[in-house]
Structure formats: structure tokens, C-alpha cells
Design a binder for this molecule. Structure first.
Ligand SMILES: [Mg+2]
Length: 413
């Protein structure tokens, strides 16, 4: 059986436990308190007014004028999340961290009768509440899809068990947009085909869905039948840090070259972190001088990042906290305090993330260092590389971003 544990109004509830003044009141949590920013989470007192996460603060205030707006504190949420997952791991080894406030547990169904499952669910809820004073909702079924739907339907502070024999009946009257994996756009398409509830998928042959939506259509068909993954994915142990170091071609005290190398190392570290969807909040810079003495400096920041520019900014501020008296031989940059990507999109700079995503995609397709921060150029000018480089016309780049570009037009530069 799969147990889906989902915290109730997580960010808002955490704020309410830390600040008694917020308890029992409508609270919006946002990455930014500007009126046009988005509500990342809202308390149940605010949900009563119809406020939902994803709305702008202005929209939310129109529905619920008395709401208190709180700026989110990711470090609090990550800490609370870790305590919750430690509690879950006391029930079984097989725990999947699905997001910052959601997890799947896999349990052996032998002699797991309804009342036993109910008792297990309650003891999970009690254990989490004892550790964090927070409530959660629990869905139990034979696969992840149905378990997740069940926990959503019994919110807040509920438990719902859907046995294998009940799934068909359970899905029959379930609106398609309630199914995780069916987004609003797909739901709209299905509604247009006359499928409002999952049970109505019976009217449509699988071949038609396949023809219309390809692989997605097939997935939708299975999802609407209440099928889904039956195994949890257990993450391999998290890496402690991501780092790169570089021995300079000539020992140097040229600030521009030092910055340029730091920039490249930050770029390499950031790229690897993004590839594996990790964030960190500690930057360490290691320096070895021409006389082989060495030093390293580190600093912890109150938020998590994985973009080149932030890493570079912190790395260079660390290195320039004291003046460089000796020539440098080796430089290293690493980021630790690592966490897996959490669903904290609303606390991040989306515009920058889109830019980085585009840059990473180009580098993946056309080779590393096709696109890079221009600060890196200084090192390349000082020590020109003798490698073949791709050259693109700007118009080609536009085609790449719109997906029309087919082949690399390489030139020797
Ligand atoms: Mg939740």
C-alpha cells in the first residue's frame, strides 16, 4: 500500500506555529510583500474566503481584506520539512520525499485491514503533530495516484483509505482536473471531448486519445482509471557539496584573471547543481598561493541558490575580504548546505531561472561554453583556448529558442 502524507497549508501553518499572533487568522505567505506578487500559501482561515495559492496578493485582499501578509522564510520550512521526514522514516525505510511538504510511504499490505490502516494513519498524524504541532492529511491506497487524490479530498486534517476494489467507484465521479498529472489545459481539452469526470473516459477508446494527444493521451487514460506507480522512489544520499578547482597557468595577482577564473568555476558549479536540481546556501572559496600556503573562506547565507551569478558574487566577495598580497596558484569554489529542489518556485527569481534554463539547454546541445557569463572572457583573452568553437548568427539563436533550429552551422573561429 502507498500512504501519501500532505501537510495542510504548510508555509502558512509553519508561520502560525512560530508566531502565535497569526493563529486563527487569515494569513498569506509570499516570497515578496509587494501587492502584485503571488501568494505562495494561505492559511485555512483565508481559504474560507476562496483565496488560493497562486493568486496575486491584490486578488487575495479583494476576497479577504483582513489578511495578514507574511514574507516567507524558506529556512524555517526546510528545517520543519526535515523534522517531518525524520518522523516518517520511523514508520518505514521506504519514504519518498515528493516535495517540501509531501511524501509517499510504501508499506507491506499483509494483514493490513481497514481498521489497521486507519490506526497506522492516525499514529503518523499524531507523531508529526507531536514533533511540529502541524496537521497533515493522509491518503492511503494501492498506488500513488489514488493515494494523492485521497489526501487532497480529505483536507484538512483527514485520513482517507481507498481499497483496490473501491477505485473504480471512487474515480467514476471524480472531476478530471482533480487528478495529479492532468493539468488545467489537458482538463479543458478533455471537457471539450465531453469528459468531465474520470468515469466518462470509458466512452473514449484508448486509440483515439493516443491519436489526439500521443503518449500523454495514453497516460491520461491510465490516470482516469485510477492507475499509478506502486513503488516509492528512494533518493540516493544527497551530495554534501558541489565544487570545482583550477590551477592557474601562471601564478598571478591580476584581479581580472582571478575574477574571471572564479566566474568560470562558479559557472561550472552552478551548471552541475542545476543539472541535478540541487540548491545550496554555503559558499566556500579555497586559495593556494605561489608559496604553497593555502587558505579557505566560507559563508552561510539565509537562502538557497544555484545560479552562477549568485555563486560568483559570494565567491568574489569572500576572496576580497582581505587584500591579495601574494600571487595565486590555485582557486576553488564550492557550494554546500545542499538541498534537493523543493517546490519553492514562488520564492525564486523566475525571470533569471528561465534565462539560466535557456543557457543550460544551449550548452547541453552545442557543447559546454557555447554560452557563458562574459566575465569568463578575460581569462580566455589572457590565455586563448585553441579549441574549435561554435559560432552562431543571432538569427540562429532565435530559431533555437523557438525550436525551429535543426542543425548546428559550425564555423571555425
Ligand atoms: Mg500540502
Amino acid at each position: 500500500m502507498i500512504i501519501h502524507v500532505d501537510m495542510d497549508a504548510f508555509f502558512a501553518s509553519v508561520e502560525q506555529t512560530f508566531n502565535p499572533f497569526l493563529r486563527g487568522k487569515p494569513v498569506f505567505v509570499s516570497g515578496n510583500t509587494a501587492r502584485d506578487s503571488v501568494i505562495a500559501a494561505c492559511s485555512y482561515e483565508a481559504k474560507k474566503y476562496g483565496v488560493k495559492s497562486g493568486m496575486s496578493i491584490v486578488e487575495g485582499l479583494n476576497m479577504c481584506p483582513g489578511a495578514i501578509i507574511v514574507r516567507g522564510n524558506p529556512e524555517k520550512y526546510i528545517d520543519t520539512s526535515q523534522r517531518i521526514f525524520n518522523v516518517l522514516k520511523t514508520f518505514t525505510e521506504k519514504v519518498e520525499l515528493y516535495s517540501i511538504d509531501e511524501g509517499f510511504l510504501e508499506i507491506n499490505p499483509e494483514n493490513m485491514r481497514h481498521e489497521n490502516l486507519m490506526r497506522l494513519g492516525l499514529s503518523i498524524k499524531n507523531a508529526i503533530n507531536k514533533e511540529t504541532s502541524l496537521t497533515c492529511s493522509i491518503g492511503i491506497s494501492c498506488n500513488k495516484t489514488v493515494a494523492k487524490i485521497a489526501s487532497d479530498l480529505c483536507k484538512p486534517d483527514g485520513i482517507m483509505i481507498v481499497n483496490e476494489s473501491e477505485i473504480r467507484e471512487f474515480m467514476k465521479t471524480l472531476p478530471v482536473e482533480k487528478v495529479p498529472g492532468i493539468g488545467p489545459k489537458m482538463a479543458e481539452q478533455l471537457n471539450l471531448m465531453g469528459i468531465e469526470f474520470c468515469g466518462q473516459i470509458e466512452k473514449i477508446p484508448l486509440s483515439l486519445l493516443k491519436k489526439k494527444f500521443g503518449v500523454r493521451g495514453e497516460q491520461v487514460w491510465y490516470l482516469c482509471h485510477g492507475m499509478g506507480e506502486t513503488k516509492v522512489r528512494i533518493q540516493s544520499p544527497e551530495p554534501k557539496s558541489f565544487g570545482h578547482s583550477y590551477t592557474l597557468r601562471n601564478d598571478t595577482d591580476d584581479i581580472n584573471i582571478i575574477l574571471s577564473v572564479l566566474c568560470r568555476l562558479s559557472h561550472q558549479v552552478g551548471m552541475r547543481m542545476r543539472q541535478e536540481s540541487y540548491y545550496g546556501n554555503v559558499v566556500t572559496v579555497a586559495v593556494r598561493y605561489s608559496d604553497f600556503t593555502a587558505c579557505s573562506k566560507r559563508k552561510t547565507y539565509p537562502f538557497w541558490f544555484n545560479d552562477d551569478q549568485t555563486i560568483f558574487r559570494y565567491a568574489s566577495s569572500l576572496i576580497f575580504t582581505e587584500s591579495i598580497m601574494k600571487k595565486i596558484r590555485l582557486l576553488g569554489v564550492s557550494v554546500s548546505g545542499i538541498h534537493k529542489r523543493y517546490q519553492m518556485n514562488l520564492f525564486r527569481d523566475e525571470k533569471r531561472e528561465r534565462m539560466l534554463k535557456a543557457m543550460d539547454a544551449i550548452n547541453e546541445k552545442y557543447g559546454n561554453d557555447t554560452v557563458f557569463p562574459c566575465m569568463m572572457l578575460y581569462e580566455q583573452i589572457a590565455y586563448p583556448p585553441v579549441t574549435k568553437t561554435h559560432a552562431f548568427m543571432f538569427s540562429d539563436l532565435k530559431k533555437i529558442s523557438s525550436g525551429q533550429f535543426t542543425g548546428a552551422q559550425e564555423k571555425q573561429v
